[in-house]
Design a protein around this ligand. Structure first.
Ligand SMILES: Cc1cc2nc3c(=O)[nH]c(=O)nc-3n(C[C@H](O)[C@H](O)[C@H](O)COP(=O)(O)OP(=O)(O)OC[C@H]3O[C@@H](n4cnc5c(N)ncnc54)[C@H](O)[C@@H]3O)c2cc1C
Length: 417
């Protein structure tokens, strides 16, 4: 038996671990397009200001792959798959054969078709090389435009602010981090970000990047015109599905998988940012890791199913912390506890049918483990409906349940940042 994994990211590493847990001998070969062993992609935004070093980012050391008898090829791009022949084809002309194939080839960043986007010094941050190029250009730049006010855009804005850059964020939607926050939370976040000198324009779109060969400025649909020496695009991801187009593998926005991470074709699995499960592509590290683990177990013959985890988005930037988990839209809940104890603090917990379905905590993240555990345990809180409960009362209740061991540490579905 021979397993081929396409893409050397976290989904790949988790799959290897799950396979080796069951079987020490199956042949595993990994083809990765990048120059590096799998590394912690999530650190790229956070470590930008302190310098990006491959050695400090690696998920596992090189020796780990040798010890686990994994053949890992770097700078090898797979360009075609032939499912009926169980073969893959590489850009250098090599052909390889598999018994089982795991598509763990991730996603790329979306780049909007803005006029002038092809100019020099317009970047997007997906990989380590991008981070190095961005840092080099940042050294020569004073003013930076960030297109997109999501979590990655904000983390990059913070890193560049720490490097002394003057950052402007232009976000098309009316709020920052609108996927994860409600209006109140976004308003707090905007205030926090602006307090550090970042200029934020929400509800506004960049319609042109100006300059000759290099970018020199931008114009928005509100006719704001400003100069900048570099631009970073942070407007979401696009799963790398081109590889499987016309292969018979079912695709939608991503590669469609069932709860065992199987595609519609036998012996072909997908996991991580490239995979779409029940219409969702969360684009989160913890989810990619868990999906890789589930795929690896099933490939190794151990039946395991994916239970959608309570995945959280955490931000620790601008000397401020916050998290958001699952549902934050009040209309999905039958009861919502809200508390805004002081400036820049805000807590909201949503319930439906006695279960917690989501939460936003602005100004604190220490509550995340217990909130996550309660959600993953599908714990019931009828008390919330019986009395006029405040967020602080609920936190006490949560603590009480935990000390009575009514909430078990999350099991297979548990994911950590
Ligand atoms: C800058 C940044 C910061 C992030 N921060 C967070 C965070 O704080 N929290 C969080 O939860 N998530 C974060 N994410 C998202 C998280 O990193 C991803 O969800 C996760 O890395 C997905 O893992 P993956 O293994 O599915 O794919 P990837 O990490 O994308 O790895 C796929 C690999 O496959 C390679 N590949 C693609 N096509 C081919 C091919 N044809 N042949 C060979 N190799 C190929 C790619 O080059 C890549 O190396 C961040 C993402 C980025 C870009």
């Amino acid at each position: 038996m021979k397993i081929i994994i396409i893409g050397a990211g976290i989904a790949c590493v988790s799959a290897i671990k799950a396979i080796r847990l069951q079987n020490k001998d199956i042949k595993i070969t990994v083809y990765g397009e990048e120059t590096y062993y799998p590394y912690k992609r999530i650190r790229l935004t956070k470590d930008l200001a302190s310098g990006i070093q491959e050695s400090s980012l690696l998920v596992e050391k090189q020796s780990w792959y040798e010890e686990n008898k994994v053949t890992i090829y770097k700078e090898k791009k797979v360009i075609r798959i032939n499912p009926s022949a169980h073969r893959i084809y590489l850009s250098d002309g090599t052909v390889d054969e598999y018994t089982a194939l795991l598509l763990a080839n991730g996603a790329s960043n979306l780049v909007l078709p803005i006029k002038g986007v092809e100019k020099e010094n317009v970047f997007t941050l997906r990989n380590l090389l991008d981070a190095q190029v961005i840092l080099e250009q940042a050294e020569k730049s004073k003013k930076v435009l960030m297109i997109g006010g999501g979590i990655l855009g904000l983390e990059i804005a913070w890193s560049l602010t720490k490097l002394g850059k003057k950052v402007t964020i232009v976000e098309a939607l009316p709020e920052l981090m609108s996927r994860q926050l409600d209006e109140r939370a976004s308003a707090i976040l905007k205030k926090v970000v602006e307090a550090h000198g970042v200029v934020v324009h929400t509800g506004s779109q960049v319609k042109e990047l100006t300059g000759n060969r290099r970018v020199e400025g931008f114009i928005t649909d509100q006719n704001l015109s400003q100069s900048c020496e570099m631009v970073i695009h942070c407007t979401g991801i696009r799963p790398n599905i081109q590889l499987v187009e016309d292969t018979g593998i079912q695709i939608n926005r991503g590669i469609v998988v069932n709860n065992r991470m199987e595609t519609n074709l036998p012996d072909i699995y997908a996991a991580g940012d490239v995979a779409e499960y029940q219409g969702a592509i969360p684009g989160l590290w913890s989810v990619a890791s868990l999906q890789g683990e589930i795929a690896g177990s099933n490939i190794a013959g151990i039946r395991r199913v994916y239970d959608v985890p309570a995945a959280a988005t955490v931000m620790n930037a601008f000397h401020y912390t916050m998290f958001s988990i699952c549902v934050v839209d009040d209309s999905a809940a039958d009861i919502v506890l809200i508390d805004q104890p002081k400036e820049n603090k805000y807590r909201k917990i949503l319930f439906r049918d006695e279960e917690m379905i989501g939460a936003v905590f602005m100004g604190s993240i220490k509550e995340l483990p217990s909130v996550k555990r309660a959600m993953e345990n599908k714990a019931r809180f009828p008390e919330v409906y019986d009395r006029n409960m405040q967020v602080s009362d609920f936190q006490n209740l949560l603590q009480e349940k935990q000390s009575k061991k009514e909430l078990q540490p999350a099991g297979a579905a548990s994911v950590g940042k």
